[in-house]
Design a protein around this ligand. Structure first.
Ligand code: A2P
Length: 280
């Protein structure tokens, strides 16, 4: 298993990202970043809406790892869609994170037909801001999050720069095969948010049985399973032993038949957050 994937613009991205959704700002954010970087993570996945970019930024500053060795992601929130607003949102995230560039910046959720008649225009306008920031050297790669095929199609039609990443919910109970295949065909790296189903898939009996075969935890199985499907997992934890456990996934290989068993599992433990139906 590679420690890095290479994006469609040749930028290297570490193959596990440290998730920060629901990590409280302040000491908890600072300490969890320090602990994760100490255990070997080099990739931090954040977003403005998580409300913890100041703590995450301080963690990055004091963790002792050279900035160039780290891969830092943020996302533009739904209220900041559009060209000018997205540019401003980027500057705010950069300031909070106390950084002078980002490795990856994503549109957090697509504007959709359920909410906007001009949803395609809104997404394209936001994308133009991302392209400008990329061209100005402020971001090393740009992408989207929670975009399904029908959101990506019009964006790709109007884009000058192709998205490098699409970050979607991905775990053994929620696989979004159509979207993953579409991204693969279009050379877009899929990242998986909530690779542990927010903890909800960890009690599953089938997953427990498979994990036992490798002397691994279900969390480790889920993370490795995502990687072997070429999806980049972003496990979140603020608990030191779990942070460590979630990175100890480079020393085993899930067999083809076990991959198949998980790939064929029915849906369970999904968040229920569908981009066309979210209320935020
Ligand atoms: P905590 O942060 O309190 O350690 P996901 O990444 O799928 O969103 O899941 C995150 C949730 O799963 C958090 O509630 C986190 O709790 C918990 N979690 C993370 N890693 C593990 C693990 N190895 N074992 C059990 N629970 C975990």
């Amino acid at each position: 298993m590679k420690e890095y994937y290479t994006l469609n613009n040749d930028v290297k991205i570490p193959s596990i990202g440290f998730g920060t959704w629901q990590t409280p700002d302040g000491e908890t954010a600072i300490n969890s970043i320090k602990i994760a970087m100490n255990y070997g993570y080099r990739h931090i996945d954040g977003a403005a809406i998580y409300g913890n970019e100041k703590g995450v930024g301080t963690g990055i500053k004091v963790c002792g790892i050279d900035r160039k060795e780290l891969f830092v992601t943020s996302k533009v929130w739904n209220s900041e869609r559009g060209y000018e607003t997205a540019l401003k949102a980027f500057e705010k995230s950069l300031k909070d994170l106390q950084l002078d560039y980002l490795d990856l910046y994503l549109i957090h959720w697509p504007a959709t037909a359920n909410k906007f008649t001009n949803w395609q225009q809104i997404n394209s306008d936001t994308w133009r801001a991302m392209e400008q920031l990329y061209n100005n050297g402020k971001i090393r790669a740009i992408g989207v999050s929670n975009f399904l095929e029908h959101h990506l199609d019009p964006l790709l039609e109007n884009a000058e720069i192709m998205p490098s990443v699409n970050q979607i919910e991905f775990h053994p109970g929620y696989k979004q095969n159509d979207c993953v295949n579409f991204c693969r065909d279009n050379n877009i790296q899929v990242e998986g948010w909530s690779p542990l189903g927010r903890g909800k898939v960890l009690g599953n009996a089938t997953l427990k049985e498979i994990a036992n075969r490798y002397n691994k935890s279900v969390a480790q199985l889920c993370i490795r399973w995502a990687m072997q499907n070429n999806v980049l997992p972003l496990p979140k934890s603020i608990t030191p032993n779990r942070i460590k456990e979630n990175f100890e996934v480079f020393d085993f290989n899930i067999s083809e038949s076990d991959m198949e068993l998980i790939n064929e599992m029915d849906e369970f433990g999904g968040s229920g957050l569908h981009p066309d139906h979210i209320e935020f």
